[in-house]
Design a protein around this ligand. Structure first.
Ligand SMILES: NC(=O)c1ccc[n+]([C@@H]2O[C@H](COP(=O)([O-])OP(=O)(O)OC[C@H]3O[C@@H](n4cnc5c(N)ncnc54)[C@H](OP(=O)(O)O)[C@@H]3O)[C@@H](O)[C@H]2O)c1
Length: 207
């Protein structure tokens, strides 16, 4: 699958490597333009391409937005219309500034901005170093590290679940975009290293 990644920081780089190694065509972007990504794409290999953010979004059949939450207004919304968009973002007011989410979850707020995109929250509860290191395709799904996902479009969540499994993790569904408040910073499942079995148990205890 062609995957466009917006953001070439900790999470963007980790996902670019993992997804390219899994056989996907990956295009990556940052805020400063493709010329500043040449060293990274050379290092990543596997034909990973460098783009500006509009072209990365246009390139991807699926798009991953992994830029700081406070920069959400710079996302190329038009180029993401109709596409599955994985949102990895977490809102930290001290880093991102005061933003009025209007009572929405962080990803519902992003989805409101990205009209027509099929937003799935994923990869927000795992540190980038763990994302780089903990995937293991040889483990049974229940014993793999859980990646929590949420979204309003089941078919989009199925696609994201499949990608998560391809890179050695297991998807655990927390529900709709509004339900994704349970996987935001400060919640019990934000951060801990849980297997899929443990993650489902933790969600049951919450409800
Ligand atoms: N770090 C983690 O362990 C972790 C874990 C889970 C979730 N997250 C969340 O994931 C998001 C990304 O985190 P991160 O740590 O990977 O961030 P980061 O290391 O600070 O990198 C952010 C990247 O976004 C790029 N960017 C900014 N505006 C852009 C735009 N308009 N188009 C394309 N790229 C743009 C930056 O490019 P320039 O350098 O050119 O400005 C940079 O490459 C955040 O919301 C964070 O809370 C982080």
């Amino acid at each position: 699958m062609k995957i466009g990644i917006l953001g070439a920081g900790h999470i963007g780089k980790a996902l670019a490597r993992l997804l390219a190694e899994a056989g996907h065509e990956v295009g990556i972007s940052n805020s400063r333009g493709p010329d500043t990504l040449r060293d990274l794409t050379a290092q990543l290999g596997h034909g990973v391409k460098a783009f500006n953010s509009e072209d990365a979004a246009r390139f991807g059949e699926l798009v991953i937005e992994t830029i700081p939450f406070g920069k959400y207004a710079n996302l190329p919304a038009v180029q993401m219309e109709g596409k599955i968009v994985i949102d990895t973002a977490n809102y930290y007011p001290q880093r991102d500034g005061q933003i009025d989410l209007g009572g929405l979850s962080e990803s519902a707020f992003i989805a409101h901005h990205l009209k027509g995109a099929r937003v799935v929250k994923a990869f927000n509860t795992i540190a980038s170093a763990h994302l780089e290191a903990q995937g293991d395709v040889n483990k049974p799904l229940d014993e793999r590290r859980a990646i929590f996902i949420a979204g309003d479009d089941q078919a989009a969540k199925d696609v994201v679940t499949d990608l998560i499994e391809q890179i050695g993790f297991a998807a655990v569904d927390t529900g709709s975009l509004e339900d994704s408040k349970v996987q935001q910073p400060g919640t019990p499942i934000y951060g801990p290293d849980l297997t899929a079995t443990q993650a489902r148990e933790a969600l049951k205890q919450k409800s």
